[in-house]
Ligand binder design. Structure first.
Ligand code: F6R
Ligand code: MN
Length: 191
């Protein structure tokens, strides 16, 4: 039988803290290459290097059937018309799916099928769950005015593959248009 601290964990849906788990913190400078509007990104960096998001995760290195989970917090903000976002990744073990649960704030996810390149923008809010199938690159954005927090649950062996995304980026881009998050094609976006 597992120890109680492996069975029961306590999280704070407003701060994204997971008791006893350190958080990985990503600042604006860590997100080089993610934003399409390079000029807006560079001028934001000249003003400072704010925290964009943090993730605290529990990833047991056990058997095939185990699950890992993480809580993310994305600080509200924009770079040009693009919302604060995560780096985004595919799972190293491609068949691994993931469930995201919105805890607080207002977000969207960008999903991209690795084989076809088809993109979809999906809402991520409290009381809503987003199923990310395997073989699907995913990135999360805060499109609201307060911190976005969410819980992601995935096979423990999923892993992260950031390389593929860093090389070619997502084909889609979520920008604010008329006050709303809007999915546009990265290749034809003119900031
Ligand atoms: C795990 C997962 C999330 C992300 C988190 C940060 O598979 O999808 O816990 O790790 O949203 O995003 P990345 O990892 O893209 O920096
Ligand atoms: Mn994932």
């Amino acid at each position: 039988m597992l120890a109680i601290d492996e069975i029961l964990s306590r999280y704070d849906p407003s701060t994204g803290a997971l008791d006893g788990k350190p958080a990985v913190r990503r600042h604006l400078a860590d997100l080089r290459g993610c934003f399409a509007d390079v000029r807006a990104y560079e001028s934001a960096l000249e003003r400072g290097n704010p925290l964009v998001y943090s993730v605290a995760a529990v990833e047991p290195a056990r058997g095939e059937g185990d699950l890992g989970y993480g809580i993310g917090l994305i600080v509200p903000g924009k770079v040009g018309r693009e919302y604060h976002m995560t780096k985004g990744h595919l799972h190293a073990w491609r068949p691994a799916a993931e469930f995201y649960f919105g805890l607080s704030g207002e977000g969207v996810m960008l999903l991209e099928d690795e084989a076809t390149g088809a993109s979809r923008m999906v809402r991520l809010r409290p009381h809503e769950a987003v199923y990310v199938p395997g073989h699907t690159a995913h990135r999360t954005m805060n499109v609201g005015a307060v911190p976005l927090t969410y819980l992601g649950v995935y096979p423990a062996r999923a892993g992260h593959d950031y390389g593929a995304i860093a090389e070619r980026n997502f084909r889609g881009l979520v920008v604010e248009s008329g006050g709303q998050p809007t999915l546009v094609d990265r290749a034809s976006f003119i900031p």
